[in-house]
Design a protein around this ligand. Sequence first.
Ligand code: ATP
Length: 341
Amino acid sequence: MKTEILKLLRETDGYVSGQQISRKLDVSRTAVWKVIRRLQEEGYQVEAVRNKGYRIADSPDLVTKEELDSLIKTRWAGRNILCFDVTDSTNLRIRQAGDAGAPHGTLAVADSQTAGRGRRGRSWESPAGNSIYMSILLRPQIPPEKASMITLVMALSVAEGITRCLGENAGADGSGADAGAASGIRIKWPNDIIINGKKLAGILTEMSAQIDYIDHVTVGVGINVNTVDFPEEIKETATSVRKEYGRLVKRAPLIAAVMERLEENYQMFLRTEDLSGLMDRYNDLLVNRDRDVLIIGAKEKYQAHSMGIDRTGELVVRKDDGTIEKIYSGEVSVRGVYGYT
Ligand code: ATP
């Protein structure tokens, strides 16, 4: 009932009377009042005015099931939510949920992770109270070799979701004008979100598949939202929305914005089973496009000129001898010639 009341309060401009709520939800006015009191105790600023009713003035930065359910307005992305205060890794939780038959679009969100993971066995710093750690379960009916493109679909969705969320709050007048251009958020191929040369978010995609059949795909996302201090090892390469924009951003609306972008972008990906409908937008945000980059593979490291992704999501580069090579994301890291990007 908390979710429904939150939704009703959010959907309404101005006040909703206790009577309206009790009639719509078929509960007593005392029950409504109890929920409102509980919301206030949790930090929601719900104004109660005699003869007018209730109005939500502000919400706390909570990543609870009720808060997310009342904000996410998609058809499937994030409609079934598992919330954790602490967990080892949301990717592990989703993989488990996937094995147990959870539906496409199930989302796990944690306030902190004790074993947050990056690519190739690396770890993801996941302190409590200030950032987003989430993983979504997807059940695409596509050949397994096409699954790596989903990382890029998510990268685009995260970049667009953050930009959109900042836009809604941008500017003293709240108009959000020019937020896209001003956001400065870029993608570092294939799986990182960057701003001013530093990492704002990372993505880890894992697949459970047979040779010719995908059982499920888990896409994990870590976004540094309100982090102020980073550990020594990543101080030079990591940043947060708060550090870059100088303001606190609430996590639940940001998660909702990413889910909305993901749902649309993923449907477009499925229509063609490649990135032909998304690659222009991805390339527009690509930090390592039209640049000299270092390609760091397991066995070799070389410099090349990066031209952007093609519709399969591979990075197209021109080597010094003029030959064109396509790089598959599984194998390599890409760095700027003079630094991280
Ligand atoms: P590469 O650029 O080499 O491809 P990557 O960016 O893909 O690496 P990931 O596996 O996505 O690396 O992320 C893990 C790495 O990210 C860690 O090794 C660490 O350097 C860095 N890292 C860990 N936690 C955070 C964080 N919260 N914010 C930013 N960077 C982090």
